[in-house]
Design a protein around this ligand. Structure first.
Ligand SMILES: [Zn+2]
Length: 200
């Protein structure tokens, strides 16, 4: 029988990992409010994650950036933008944009789906590692604004190339929505649900 904070009549502080007795309203160590479980955490995380996936697709498929000069007009997706930087020898910028706008958002969504799946199936496999996995995306989440920052960087870099006008396409809106939805999904997730599995 695995023990959770519910089964031992205690409550785990998600902020500092300190364990208090179940009747405590705030954490004695860090002062954060204590709740046995976040309200409706599973469903909220699931729907927010699914919605983020829905917005992830158009943000990579449609035009993120329109560039216009006197003679040319070009629509670019994120991937095309990345290729653009690689072709011009800007490997660092290209890599940062790839990580921030394609790879990391995808990893976050895949991990959230994996954790939800493992709660749904009452999996007890590598619970400690799953906790660490969530801690990782939670930490990355603090850098979510980097994704937006990268968009700005992308535009200013193209400006330096001497192009007349750069405007954002629809993909930038769905990208921003996807970032915010992922942030809320991460906040809604309660790692303690992973440990409740054997109680059912
Ligand atoms: Zn605490």
């Amino acid at each position: 029988m695995m023990q959770t904070d519910i089964s031992t009549n205690t409550v785990l502080c998600l902020h500092c990992q300190h364990i208090s007795s179940a009747h405590m309203k705030t954490c004695l160590t860090c002062g954060e409010p204590l709740h046995q479980r976040k309200v409706d955490s599973y469903n909220r995380t699931l729907y927010l994650t699914l919605a983020a996936i829905v917005f992830y697709l158009p943000s990579n498929y449609f035009t993120i950036m329109k560039t216009q000069t006197l003679t040319t007009y070009e629509d670019n997706t994120i991937i095309q933008g990345i290729f653009y930087f690689f072709q011009h020898g800007e490997f660092f910028v290209g890599t940062v944009i790839f990580m921030a706008s394609v790879f990391i958002p995808m990893v976050k969504l895949v991990i959230l789906m994996f954790l939800l799946y493992s709660i749904k199936t009452n999996s007890t496999w590598k619970l400690r590692d799953k906790n660490k996995l969530f801690a990782t995306i939670h930490t990355i989440g603090r850098w979510s604004m980097l994704d937006i920052f990268v968009m700005g960087l992308m535009i200013s870099m193209v400006h330096f190339e001497g192009l007349a006008m750069v405007t954002l396409g629809w993909a930038s809106l769905s990208f921003a929505i996807m970032v915010v939805l992922t942030m809320f999904a991460t906040q809604s997730f309660d790692t303690r649900l992973l440990w409740d599995t054997k109680l059912k």
